[in-house]
Design a protein. Structure first.
Length: 199
């Protein structure tokens, strides 16, 4: 909530400044633009390759987590189906085993998610720093006084031609060609991989 208030305040101050420029007869009215920086990063060739590399890196861990989940499900089924016929000692042993497996799964899942997010954030920051330079150059060359990230601030209407996400992606790819063309568009470079189902 606090971030939204701060973001809205910054937007209001910046917008007021631009309106002031537009009303000042000694200055040329300048344009506003919006960009979805997360979407732009995800659509670049470099962003797609980074997400693909992350997916491949974490696939073995995802498979290991799925195996753990399958073991937990099988043990839960065993306890439910055989519960009435099990001795107290056997039921207690299975319950302890199940509890241990669930705790281990949760810890491994949390570690995996934290590692994924850290690696993903590194990639986003690396690409984002270069993209900011492309946005600055584009804005200066095309007379934009303000470029707003609509993934950070609520934008309720955008006139046609004001969203510069696509041209920025094209310019970024020209300035930073990726090592190899991605096979298929990635969903998003900012979304973490889906978590394994919790027991």
């Amino acid at each position: 909530m606090r971030k939204r208030v701060i973001g809205a305040t910054i937007f209001a101050v910046a917008f007021s400044a631009v309106l002031g420029l537009a009303q000042d007869p000694t200055t040329t009215p300048e344009k506003l633009a919006v960009i979805n920086i997360q979407q732009a990063i995800a659509q670049t060739g470099e962003g797609k390759l980074a997400l693909d590399a992350l997916t491949k890196k974490y696939e073995p861990k995802r498979q290991a987590l799925q195996r753990q989940q399958d073991e937990i499900n099988a043990l839960q089924d065993q306890v439910q189906k055989q519960g009435p016929t099990l001795s107290d000692e056997e039921r207690s042993r299975l319950s302890r085993d199940l509890d241990q497996k669930q705790r281990l799964f949760k810890r491994d899942q949390d570690d995996d998610q934290a590692d994924w997010q850290a690696d993903n954030q590194d990639a986003v920051q690396r690409i984002g720093q270069k993209m900011v330079k492309v946005i600055n150059d584009y804005a200066q060359k095309n007379g934009y006084a303000l470029v707003i990230d609509d993934s950070q601030l609520p934008v309720y209407y955008v006139a046609k031609g004001v969203d510069i996400t696509d041209p920025i992606v094209r310019l970024y790819d020209q300035a930073n060609p990726s090592a190899a063309p991605p096979a298929s568009p990635a969903a998003s470079a900012t979304k973490p991989a889906a978590k394994a189902t919790k027991p």
